[in-house]
Design a protein. Structure first.
Length: 337
């Protein structure tokens, strides 16, 4: 992304009044041929006269180099192909040292981004065409550097302090450091995974593992009878516009075959729509039933809260019981309307 337009990059790095230096370091996996070729391209460009001392590649990346980079950078650039970024912890480390992040909205930056303490490349789009994605996001990157980031860094008063830049640094340290750190990581893992897994083990292993035996029996029953599950019909009380703060009543008529309502969880799946009528944002709410079938059809009801303006859509799905399974996705069973 950064190297797609060498001439434009040249004009940014060698601006007569606002020069920029970009430092890159890293290693490619032994089997990552594409990564190796990218590093070769960086080194080749860095040796060109116009990029000498402006585009720098540090070889033999290690913890020492990483420490120097996260503690000495003004801007931390991260350009993964969304949605392939695992997390992006290096950006957190740089932020903790006062750097401002410039990144694709992926990994931690999708949660942490705010214009008050950094910049986002793109709007969080996901492309099927990687070539188009790289082209669009590279233009966005160049525009940000030329029109916002570099001018802001060089905008200084008589004391040579870039006060608006410092305001962004302080905002990041104040709002992001308390949230994105190892303390939160340990707390999240403990509350969301370790403690629930411990409680789950105690339940399944009690009474000579009777809980585990019953769960295995129930899972086999659900797997065998899932073909009889279907959503017969969805009924909404209105298809017209709904005011913010209102609710949309949803009724789903569901066939369960040999299963019972206790064996499943029926959700209304709703959210804001994008330009292609796909879900740009998603939420789920479990529907409730009185458990009394009418001609083998169960009625499930619920309400969708309408909390903001825009175009929203909804559908209904049936999955194995959330109460029975710690993770109901593990069975790989889902029936959509």
């Amino acid at each position: 992304m950064l190297l797609r337009d060498p001439d434009r990059l040249d004009s940014i790095l060698n601006h007569p009044d606002h020069p920029v230096q970009i430092i890159i370091s890293g290693k490619a996996h032994p089997q990552d041929d594409e990564g190796k070729e990218f590093i070769k391209t960086i080194i080749h460009m860095s040796r060109q006269e116009r990029f000498r001392h402006r585009l720098v590649f540090l070889e033999d990346y290690n913890f020492h180099i990483g420490h120097l980079m996260v503690s000495g950078s003004d801007v931390w650039l991260n350009t993964p192909r969304r949605p392939l970024e695992a997390c992006g912890t290096s950006g957190m480390k740089a932020m903790a040292n006062g750097a401002l992040n410039l990144s694709v909205l992926d990994g931690w930056w999708e949660e942490g981004y705010h214009r008050n303490y950094g910049w986002a490349i793109g709007q969080g789009e996901v492309y099927d065409d990687h070539e188009a994605q790289d082209s669009i996001e590279s233009h966005d990157l160049y525009n940000l550097l030329e029109k916002e980031i570099v001018p802001l860094f060089y905008r200084r008063g008589p004391d040579e302090i870039p006060r608006r830049w410092v305001e962004k640094m302080r905002a990041g340290l104040r709002h992001l450091v308390p949230v994105f750190n190892s303390h939160r990581m340990v707390q999240d893992y403990t509350k969301r995974y370790y403690l629930p897994c411990s409680r789950r083990f105690n339940v399944l292993s009690s009474n000579n593992f009777n809980g585990a035996k019953e769960l295995a029996k129930w899972r086999q029953m659900v797997m065998t009878n899932w073909s009889g599950v279907s959503v017969d019909k969805i009924i909404a009380d209105s298809n017209a516009e709904i005011s913010v703060g209102g609710e949309l009543k949803i009724t789903a008529l569901v066939k369960l075959g040999s299963l019972t309502p206790e064996d499943v969880t029926v959700d209304v799946y709703y959210g804001r729509l994008d330009g292609h009528d796909g879900f740009a944002e998603r939420e789920t709410i479990a529907l409730e039933t009185d458990g009394k079938p009418d001609n083998e059809i169960y009625t499930f009801k619920g309400r969708i809260p309408c909390l903001s303006t825009g175009r929203f859509g909804y559908t209904v799905r049936v999955m194995p019981s959330q109460k029975r399974l710690e993770n109901r996705f593990i069975m790989g069973l889902v029936t959509w309307v």
